[in-house]
Design a protein around this ligand. Sequence first.
Ligand code: PLP
Ligand code: ZN
Length: 399
Amino acid sequence: MRTTDALRGLECLDCSELLDPAVAGGRCPDCDGILDPTYDYDAADLSLDAGAVGSMWRYADLLPFPREAAVTLAEGGTPLVPCPGLAESWGVGEVYVKDEGRNPTGTFKDRGQSVAVTAAREHGAEDVALASAGNAGQAAAAYAAAAGLDAHVFLPERAGFTQKAMVEVHGGDLSVVDPVGGDSRIGDAGAAFEAAMEDDWHPVQTFVTPYRHEGKKTMGYEILEQLDWTVPDGVVYPTGGGVGLVGIHKAARELRDLGRVEALPGMYAAQSTGCAPVVEAYEAGRDRHEPWEDVETVCGGIAIPDPGASDIVLAAIRESDGGAVATDDDAILDAALTVARETGLEMAPTCASAVSGAAKLAAEGEFGPDDTVVILNTGAGNKDADVLRSHAGRRRGGS
Ligand SMILES: *Cc1c(COP(=O)(O)O)cnc(C)c1O
Ligand SMILES: [Zn+2]
């Protein structure tokens, strides 16, 4: 297995055991904890790779695998778009949108799959497998195709048409999980994936592979570099499993420890009031979520009622002095249309939860006239064009 010089190994977040990445590829074999790549930071000089401009592999010094080993479609390197109109209307100093919609399959899931599928290939796997709400499945199918591997993708009935279709377009083995009592959801897809899992399938599932949050941390490197190594006051993130939030927080901690930045940005989880287990736990002062009972939201990418690593997400929010905010679907869809109409950026409903959430935080005084706020547009608006258009029609109709 080809790994970078700085990689020390995979550290279990529960029992602190340090494991050899050539042996471990999923959760901790001793305690089933989440494994986290750790580095010898003295050996990483963070020399940004000039040969990989426009790709997250520019930061390969602080990734587990070198650029020569990468399964890559030039993911990452996305723009940080200033939105002065939003800043003005909220009374906030500066607002930027990190536009992850410009990734190869239209979401930031590409960053996680690039590293996770690289790991699978380095392990000698021929098959990768996961359950997903949709976008991660599409990304896994694309990266498996790039690596010459087979992808087994388990999606719930309510995953979007585009995501289901593109899994098959990439040659993936798609299972749309049978409806249980009406329509199947992410939990049903997860159960079907676990039941079907074969010994020689390599998991690229959220927080089973140690590498998805690791790929997503490159969003944090890019944001801080794009802000000239100054630290925004808030990073507002549409939170499902919270993989990206944990990754961005990890990146900020690493850059602080390396002396590149002086502080940590406040990490804010945005959710829909129709599925807000992380926000509920944050507000109640708990270390872990309680499973959300009735999921009722059009924000498919963050409709995760039972996120497996909420303790890590909540710890990142608290360590960074951030917060958590939920707004309802109507406000979220309105925010997506406002952004599309006033800035030109295309944002899926899932991601617009971070816009309506940031607006609410500004209205509550959490963000003020001297603050810089970064919003993650985790995925492209045209993946859910039907949802956005029907909301636009309802608004026009005045109901
Ligand atoms: C998966 C997904 C999310 C949530 O990601 P996590 O990092 O697991 O919280 C947000 N937005 C979009 C578009 C997604 O596909
Ligand atoms: Zn362990």
